[in-house]
Design a protein around this ligand. Structure first.
Ligand code: C2E
Ligand code: MG
Ligand code: MG
Ligand code: MG
Length: 292
């Protein structure tokens, strides 16, 4: 932290800093316990195919049921998990859990259902991620076609040549690669040319103020058309309102994900959703004709 602020920055001791570092230490201790005591859960958020209005996939999102704190988002603990290396163990658990669940849903006849799993840059570059994915697919019987790994631009650009090789190997296993939070990184479009990716996920920050005629609309339209030109699937994240959805439909976005459709929910609730197989509301002209 001090280094990041530069050598010439004076820093003063403050009780605040002490309490932050004390909190981090107890967070680390608690995280270690969490792994052993199985306090992690995965929640699933549907990704909606906007042509059909049906569930095309689910993003698996990590939750920590932390004693005395309750359901805790990864935003609170991912940094510490990465700094301490605990993310490797946690990430391996996430992958196995998500694949086991997906294979179970497939066997229950809910397939084809794509499952997206977030990978940390630490996991991606330090661990033997290709071996881990291969072993996990093998152990769980998950069909690789239906596994999508989400990476952020930041993790793709850390070591470009190594990344290119890893992505190539992952593709050989048959899994899909998505770029998460697309558009907010210090992106260079050249990696889209060199990397084997399948999906762009438009960052939520472009969707939250999405209105016809806005600059956000211009950006979103451009990302969608970029994706189509490169024959990539494009998913909008964080869709919360009907006007946002209407705008995405206007520009023929492939899929959308957000509170408008569903929050991330525990596996049993997601299974109920699959059973119910809802047709999500889309404007009339986009509803496919009913079968008779
Ligand atoms: P992300 O991968 O970009 O996931 C989307 C985040 O947006 C999730 O937050 C989700 O709950 C939230 N979200 C979805 N729809 C809406 C919406 O309509 N409005 C708003 N305001 N938010 C929405 P969550 O679950 O708290 O996760 C935060 C981040 O933590 C994720 O961002 C991802 O980067 C990371 N993460 C989550 N699970 C894992 C994991 O298993 N491993 C790793 N390495 N990172 C994870
Ligand atoms: Mg994600
Ligand atoms: Mg995202
Ligand atoms: Mg994110």
């Amino acid at each position: 932290q001090a280094k990041a602020e530069g050598r010439n920055t004076l820093r003063f001791y403050s009780p605040d800093m002490e309490s932050i570092s004390r909190n981090n230490i107890s967070l680390e201790t608690d995280l270690r316990k969490a792994m052993i005591q199985e306090q992690f859960e995965l929640h699933y958020q549907p990704q909606i195919n906007l042509e059909m209005g049906s569930i095309a996939g689910a993003e698996a999102l990590l939750r920590w049921v932390r004693p005395e704190f309750g359901l805790t988002s990864p935003n609170v603990f991912i940094d510490i998990a990465e700094e301490t290396g605990l993310i490797n163990e946690i990430g391996a658990w996430v992958l196995k859990k998500a694949c086991t669940q997906a294979a179970a849903w497939q066997n229950l006849g809910y397939g084809p259902l794509r499952i997206s799993v977030n990978l940390s840059p630490v996991q991606f570059l330090r661990q033997d991620i290709v071996q881990l994915v291969d072993d996990t697919l093998e152990a769980t019987g998950m069909n690789p076609e239906y596994l999508e790994l989400e990476l952020t631009e930041g993790s793709l650009l850390k070591d470009v040549e190594r990344t290119r090789q890893i992505l190539q190997k992952l593709k050989k296993l048959g899994v899909r690669i998505a770029i998460d939070d697309f558009g907010v990184g210090f992106s260079s479009l050249s990696y889209l040319k060199n990397f084997a990716v399948d999906t762009l996920k438009i960052d939520r920050s472009f969707i939250s103020n999405l209105l016809a005629g806005s600059r956000d609309e211009a950006i979103v339209r451009t990302i969608i058309s970029l994706a189509k030109s490169l024959e990539l699937k494009v998913v909008a994240e964080g869709v919360e309102s009907n006007p946002q959805l209407a705008c995405l439909l206007d520009h023929s976005c492939d899929e959308a994900q957000g509170y408008l459709f569903s929050r991330p929910v525990p596996s049993d609730a997601f299974e109920a959703l699959l059973k119910e197989n809802p047709r999500y509301l889309v404007p009339k002209q986009n509803i496919p004709p009913k079968k008779v």
